[in-house]
Design a protein around this ligand. Structure first.
Ligand code: TYC
Length: 125
């Protein structure tokens, strides 16, 4: 229980995002406010965008994709690219579902534009 005093007017229901978790805040009167973890509101599930190896896409292009689409630093991008090259697959990033799908579409679209067969998957983490 946290007491927000008079900061939240009586009757107001507010959603507060705090430390990455969602809490419901209910005003219970002009002087007392309670806060509780709401079971129905969970953190969104995470989805990984997984890059797949192939024999034709250049290493430079994959590093460029990791920098521009996934906002990796160059050294980290090179490390992920080599991981994919050696292991067959590797994690480019974790996102909510819609963002992961958008990133995967961006990868496929850029790969098509440059005539590379680079593919990636969206997987539930
Ligand atoms: N195997 C590719 C090569 O040797 C490089 C590569 C790395 C391709 C990662 C795709 O997701 C990939 N040119």
């Amino acid at each position: 229980m946290f007491d927000f005093g008079a900061q939240i007017p009586a009757g107001l229901r507010a959603i507060v995002f705090w430390g990455g978790f969602v809490y419901s805040v209910y005003s219970m009167g002009s002087t007392q406010t309670s806060i509780r973890n709401d079971d129905k509101l969970k953190e969104p599930e995470q989805y990984g965008v997984v890059l797949l190896n192939d024999d034709y896409t250049t290493m430079e292009f994959v590093v460029e994709i990791l920098i521009t689409v996934f906002h990796k630093e160059e050294a980290e991008a090179a490390r992920i690219m080599l991981d994919v090259h050696h292991q067959g697959r590797g994690m480019a990033g974790l996102y909510t579902f819609d963002i992961a799908v958008t990133k995967a579409e961006q990868v496929h679209s850029l790969a098509r534009q440059h005539e590379f067969p680079l593919r990636c998957l969206v997987e539930r983490a």
